[in-house]
Design a protein around this ligand. Structure first.
Ligand SMILES: *[C@@H]1O[C@H](CO)[C@@H](O)[C@H](O)[C@H]1NC(C)=O
Ligand SMILES: *[C@@H]1O[C@H](CO)[C@@H](O)[C@H](O)[C@H]1NC(C)=O
Length: 428
């Protein structure tokens, strides 16, 4: 314990201003999603949202494009505004290759949480920044992004609140002026990208983080179908492997949350029909069910102690009324041995859910024993001298090895606290 504490402190100190900026952006996006789940988080979060961090000046800025045919097709953000994406053209040997990255940011499960979201960038393009920085897997710098730097790259903005899987049928009767058009946004966006060159892709990778990682899983096979038969097409979900686990008091908090999202936004129609025929639709929104049906080669990057999952699936605030978990939820270095045991159980559940994928020849995994959430679009965690590694490979090395069939990649870290290369977040 003492060791990991020291490590956390060093980690904080080691971070230069630039790193803070990236973390702040990641943190803002990630934490924002949290507010939508649990109002008890709102106050904690608001003060952090206002921190005056600069953006990473080294990363390249890419402008926002609003979807051209969105209005005619009714593909609208929660508030009725046009969805958007950021596109950077590929060059050299990457000219015909495409990397798509779907933004994350939680989900909204009630009319009130969706109405709140409507007033933010996660529900309306009116609130989106006109430019974002491309780093990590989106970077153009070969040192930071050795295998994909020169590909065409698209960062897909998330503004529907249901991982691009909502359907309008459930809108009107609620009378709320909220648009549930996730699936339509996805289809309209794909048509636009196909028209600007994706249709002749030779190699493609659909990726996303958090709720965007879940969207990647939901749409992986239909993305594959849109591309030429002889193209190499694969999918990468980062921190999107949300577990269908009970919380520490035995309630299925995440299960009921997903149930609300599915019902509110009519998500069942976007889920696999065999799964929906067999069980409750909300079960079919969990990755462990989705991946059973995915035929396209798939890679899962997920920390074993994903802080988002610990704070919302294993120990949601409501499950900890006596605040026994208060410190541990904020920093893994402050968990008691009993709590660490419970976290190891959570890790075991993750590994069990991934067992079948690991047996697949084309399946890849990178499960590091870190307390973090998204790792692919942040330069420091994707590929740098200080990146988290397993067997001395960064996430970028591992994803590249898997994508280009250089090596079979089944990277499973030893349990916490054995990996000194982790970036462990500390919210305390
Ligand atoms: C746990 O679940 C029970 C039964 O569904 C419910 O009555 C109770 O309110 C839940 N507890 C919390 C803290 O959410
Ligand atoms: C780890 O990888 C780096 C390059 O990524 C290499 O320079 C170093 O020697 C490797 N270390 C070990 C112990 O293999």
């Amino acid at each position: 314990m003492a060791n990991s504490r020291v490590r956390t402190l060093i980690w904080w100190r080691k971070w230069a201003k630039k790193d803070w900026a990236i973390a702040a952006v990641a943190f803002t996006v990630i934490v924002f999603g949290l507010t939508l789940i649990s109002d008890s988080w709102r106050n904690e979060v608001d003060s952090k949202l206002n921190h005056p961090f600069d953006l990473n000046p080294a990363a390249e800025v890419v402008g926002l494009t609003l979807l051209r045919n969105a209005k005619d097709r009714g593909a609208l953000c929660l508030d009725g505004s046009l969805p958007g994406y950021h596109f950077q053209k590929g060059f050299g040997s990457g000219s015909n290759n495409w990397l798509l990255h779907i933004e994350g940011g939680g989900w909204c499960n009630t009319l009130s949480s969706c109405s709140l979201r409507k007033m933010t960038a996660l529900g309306s393009s009116k609130h989106m920044e006109n430019q974002v920085r491309f780093s990590g897997i989106l970077s153009r710098d070969p040192l930071q992004n050795p295998d994909f730097f020169n590909w065409n790259k698209v960062k897909i903005r998330y503004c529907d609140g249901a991982s691009f899987a909502g359907h309008p049928e459930s809108e009107i009767k609620k009378g709320s002026r909220l648009f549930f058009r996730g699936q339509l946004i996805w289809e309209t966006l794909m048509d636009e990208l196909l028209s600007i060159g994706l249709s002749s892709a030779k190699q493609a990778l659909l990726s996303g983080c958090s709720a965007g990682g879940l969207a990647t899983l939901i749409h992986c096979d239909d993305f594959r179908e849109l591309l030429p038969r002889d193209a190499t097409v694969k999918c990468l979900a980062d921190a999107g492997f949300f577990l269908d686990e009970k919380d520490i008091i035995g309630n299925s908090s995440m299960g009921s949350f997903y149930n609300d999202v599915v019902k509110l936004q009519g998500v069942a129609k976007s889920l696999h029909k065999d799964c929906v025929a067999r069980t409750e639709p909300s079960k079919c929104l969990f990755p462990e069910e989705i991946i059973k049906h995915i035929k396209t080669p798939l890679f899962i990057v997920n920390p074993a102690y994903d802080f988002w999952q610990i704070q919302h699936i294993l120990v949601p605030a409501e499950s900890d009324s006596y605040h026994y978990w208060k410190s541990c939820r904020l920093s893994i270095s402050r968990c008691s041995p009993d709590q660490i045991n419970i976290l190891q159980g959570f890790r075991n559940s993750l590994l069990k859910s991934l067992y079948e994928l690991q047996q697949r020849k084309e399946g890849g995994v990178f499960i590091n024993s870190c307390f973090i959430h998204c790792q692919t679009w942040i330069a420091e965690t994707w590929h740098s001298a200080k990146s988290p590694r397993i067997n001395n490979k960064t996430i970028a090395d591992s994803v590249g090895d898997w994508y280009f069939n250089r090596e079979v990649v089944k990277q499973i870290d030893c349990p916490y606290p054995c990996n000194p290369t982790c970036y462990n977040m500390d919210f305390s």
